[in-house]
Design a protein around this ligand. Structure first.
Ligand SMILES: [Fe+2]
Length: 908
């Protein structure tokens, strides 16, 4: 009735439909009884007159129902448009079917039995049957219905008419059955532009997915308690479908979200050296991943078998990459493979491939214009020929990463090491030094006392006349401390071929210019017994080179922790359970699901790809980074000892690391101890804009704690995240409670922050800021040379050559660059924070739309502020000679490797 009122005007409807709501005429799933008339109805002639006087554009009297009117039954036809996205599958299917139709008329009957069967479901319950009111079923036959959008190759729009009774009420949902043999992609349904149902989902053929697909109108979000009676059961049914039964192998067409442990990273069928620990056990805690149900390995029941190279890891169908995103990734993979071709051949021929000179490294990258001009002069080739030659050569080379300009050379400069701790791709490890010497939290019964050998005398001369205690009190001392992360694994790491690492600690001093300067490096080994040595800034040529090699080890430690802990674990892996639980427990109608939706996209697919080729046994992470085959264990150890959800918000993380303290006199109530800390400076602007949006949103839907606590879907979501998705931390006391709107605001802000800003901070600079191996090597092959080493003489003779021989060889380097280049890409169809394609979800809630607009505006202002900061010469950590601007937290970007842009979700 509500819909009819809206369409036709209150008075008219009330005049003739005052009791139409008692009618229901169509046979259907819920209601099969034919109802009789009531006396207050207008006569047929009265009704016909009324409709003819003022015919609504979207309603037309169904001719077939005219006769029914004589039986006092009124039905209306509502015009709708259905939009399908064109895909290769569908085009092939349509071509084949059309040809068959032309050559075999007997097929016509079979074709007529196919189609897309749709039925509208009202928000209202029929009081007599206590079942939802339904429209008649409509069959959209793609071969008979003509498209209404002409030659649009991306999508096809068809007109369909739904028959409803006059007492139907407002549509709340649509059910869909695909009776074709191929899956179709249903974009959505619109009824005269008044009711929209955004589907954006693959609909499987009925024979593989016999259950009706359910899509709800996106005019409004509903808390569970507010769900219209007509779609209440459908809300539960839709969630039941998505949860699945937890059994069997998942097929690629399914859409089931479920959990499993990481028992798919090793490959025991290949031999014992390919076995890796199962993550998600008491001994190796881990977040859970999306369950695939693949068969067990032949030789070990606990492990899932590895995929055949031609197969793909299961993800729910709508999570799979499609279109330009899939194509762009494919193109980059081909480029990467091409660029690895010659380095591979060279490495095979030379049987080593080590860099001998710095110029060998530079040859990997595309030539600059200067070099091009030099070539032209030298060879005196015609300009066109030279350009072609250069273009061909460049095709096999990598773009020059922006970081080269700030530290070109065979090693990282001191000030650059300090700067990158604040504005590089890992700004998350730097901590304020609060105890000197630093202490280890490793279990002494296993690792011994692990007492640092750093002494005041090592650093006192670099403290501007202060004692160490004074410098700490003045908040001038900081540390990059990788001791506890690496030491437990050093025996194993250094037992690997061509891998050598220390557990490093670097003490940094905050200069009067606001920059960080490394003043001591402690290198620890743990091979049977602990040995530690301390290096300080050099005084002569030999100590200069030893200092450079020590810094290279620090950067290599940093590269491993960045990739394994801050990037993979804290963003990709830890978000996955939140995403799975959201799909399983929050209805798509739920306001919190609608808020989170853009932040959940693509992550399951990219994580599945990571399990295939990145973090698996023998994968890119193991082959490129220092921890090698111990990478998986290192991830688990960090999750066990360090990860806490309550510390994943930006303010909490900064305070935990001693980089800030609460201070109501400072903006946002937080005082940073390093004023020019680009990641924190820009991040805090976004954090508080985001928190404002989320608070507005949460307070709109939840007036008080009672509403939060009584929201059964919300509580089930959070409970499942803790007890299933993060089961190994289920008993931790640090999980935030979810009892009030304020609790919910904090939890959601943190989640959105991690999925968008935090991930971008550590992801999109990987190539531009980390793609120059001499400055940031993913692994090292040698320790510092000792006088008793046979190679020591060679080190004295050619220290630069020695340092280069510590780095990955040519092929290892190009392989690494190809991967980080792909990981730093933005897809052409990326959606960035502040952008939302689905604001129609809040068409009835202008307050919410206004809040989103304000947030977008805030991000625009922040973008401008970031640009200003990057041009401020007082901010020496982001502005200066050869220093790349810090743009990683600028919200928007074009496609490709841009070193800026914050996508809504973890999508690469
Ligand atoms: Fe990533």
């Amino acid at each position: 009735m509500a819909m009819v009122k809206e369409f036709m005007g209150q008075c008219m409807v009330e005049t003739f439909c005052c009791d139409v709501s008692r009618w229901s005429s169509q046979p259907n799933r819920f209601c099969t009884k034919r109802q009789r008339t009531v006396s207050l109805l207008p006569t047929f002639s009265e009704l016909k007159t009324m409709l003819q006087l003022s015919p609504p554009s979207f309603l037309k009297l169904d001719h077939s129902s005219m006769t029914d009117l004589s039986l006092n039954t009124v039905t209306f036809t509502i015009a709708g448009t259905v939009t399908l996205k064109n895909t290769d599958h569908k085009e092939i299917m349509m071509m084949a079917m059309t040809m068959l139709q032309q050559f075999d008329s007997t097929l016509n009957k079979a074709v007529s039995e196919t189609g897309i069967v749709m039925q509208l479901v009202s928000t209202e319950i029929d009081p007599r049957t206590m079942e939802p009111k339904l429209s008649k079923r409509v069959v959209l036959d793609l071969f008979k219905h003509s498209k209404v959008n002409g030659y649009d190759y991306e999508r096809s729009t068809y007109k369909v008419d739904f028959e409803i009774d006059s007492d139907f009420g407002f549509p709340g949902a649509i059910t869909v059955i695909n009776k074709y043999d191929q899956e179709i992609f249903l974009e959505g349904l619109s009824i005269e532009g008044v009711v929209d149902i955004a589907c954006n989902s693959w609909i499987q053929p009925e024979k593989v997915h016999p259950e009706e697909r359910i899509f709800f109108t996106n005019k409004q979000a509903y808390l569970p308690c507010d769900t219209p009676a007509g779609v209440k059961e459908l809300r539960k049914e839709e969630l039941r479908q998505v949860r699945g039964n937890g059994k069997g192998e998942r097929k690629s067409h399914e859409r089931v979200y479920d959990y499993d442990v990481y028992n798919d990273l090793g490959n025991p069928d290949k031999g014992s050296e390919h076995v890796r620990p199962i993550l998600g056990t008491a001994h190796y805690p881990s977040p859970r991943r999306c369950r695939t149900g693949r068969p067990h390995a032949t030789t070990a029941n606990k492990y899932e078998s590895r995929l055949n190279s031609s197969d793909q890891t299961y993800v729910p169908r709508d999570e799979a990459f499609e279109g330009v995103r899939k194509e762009a990734l494919h193109v980059e993979k081909i480029k990467g493979t091409t660029r690895n071709f010659f380095p591979f051949i060279t490495t095979c021929i030379t049987k080593c491939g080590n860099f001998k000179k710095l110029s060998d490294v530079e040859k990997i990258y595309k030539r600059s214009h200067v070099h091009q001009n030099e070539t032209t002069t030298k060879w005196s080739l015609p300009v066109n020929m030279t350009k072609i030659q250069n273009d061909v050569e460049d095709y096999f080379k990598f773009n020059t990463p922006s970081i080269i300009h700030s530290g070109n050379g065979c090693c990282i400069k001191d000030e650059e090491l300090g700067r990158e701790a604040l504005a590089g791709i890992n700004p998350l490890s730097i901590k304020r030094l609060e105890t000197f010497p630093p202490i280890s939290n490793l279990d002494p019964s296993i690792y011994g006392a692990q007492k640092s050998t750093l002494k005041e005398e090592h650093i006192i001369n670099h403290l501007d006349g202060m004692s160490v205690q004074q410098a700490m009190e003045e908040k001038k001392l900081f540390v990059l401390d990788y001791h506890d992360e690496y030491l437990p694994f050093l025996n194993g790491i250094n037992g690997q071929e061509d891998r050598k690492a220390y557990a490093t600690r670097t003490i940094l001093y905050l200069t009067q210019l606001g920059t960080l300067k490394p003043i001591a490096i402690e290198l620890s080994l743990f091979e049977g017994e602990t040995s530690k040595q301390v290096l300080t800034p050099p005084l002569d040529a030999t100590s200069h080179w030893l200092w450079q090699i020590a810094k290279a080890h620090v950067c290599s430690n940093d590269a491993g922790v960045h990739q394994l802990v801050h990037h993979w674990l804290r963003t990709h892996a830890c978000m996955e359970p939140f995403i799975i639980a959201a799909h399983r427990q929050l209805s798509v109608m739920h306001p919190i699901f609608k808020l989170l939706k853009p932040h959940l996209k693509h992550t399951l697919q990219i994580n599945a790809l990571a399990r295939e080729t990145l973090i698996n046994e023998g994968g890119i992470i193991e082959s490129d980074f220092s921890p090698g085959k111990y990478s998986i264990e290192m991830i688990s150890a960090a999750y066990r000892d360090w990860w806490r959800f309550d510390m994943e918000s930006l303010p909490a993380d900064l305070i935990r690391r001693g980089m800030a303290e609460p201070d109501p006199t400072h903006p946002h109530g937080l005082r940073l101890f390093i004023e020019d800390y680009p990641y924190a400076n820009d991040g805090l602007l976004i954090w508080f804009a985001l928190e404002k949006l989320v608070r507005t949103y949460v307070n709109y839907y939840y007036r008080d704690g009672i509403m939060v606590r009584s929201d059964n879907e919300l509580q089930a979501w959070y409970s499942e995240v803790i007890n299933v998705g993060h089961a190994d931390h289920a008993n931790a006391s640090w999980w935030p409670t979810l009892s009030t709107p304020s609790d919910l605001t904090k939890i959601l802000t943190t989640l959105i922050w991690v999925a968008s800003v935090q991930h971008s901070a550590v992801n999109f600079g990987q190539y531009p800021l980390g793609g120059y191996v001499p400055m940031r090597s993913p692994h090292m092959k040698k320790l510092l040379p000792k006088e008793e080493d046979p190679e020591y003489k060679q080190f004295l003779k050619d220290p630069e050559g020695y340092l280069l021989s510590c780095l990955p060889n040519l092929f290892e380097t190009t392989k690494f660059l190809a991967v980080v280049n792909i990981l730093s890409q933005h897809s052409p169809d990326e959606e960035y924070i502040g952008q939302r394609k689905d604001l129609s979800d809040w068409a009835s809630h202008p307050e919410i739309i206004q809040a989103f607009y304000k947030f977008s505006l805030d991000l625009k202002r922040i973008e401008k502020e970031i640009e200003n900061r990057n041009n401020d010469p007082k901010r020496r950590n982001r502005c200066g000679a050869g220093i790349p601007p810090y743009e990683l937290l600028i919200a928007t970007s074009g496609p490709g490797v841009t070193c800026r842009g914050v996508p809504n979700s973890i999508s690469i």
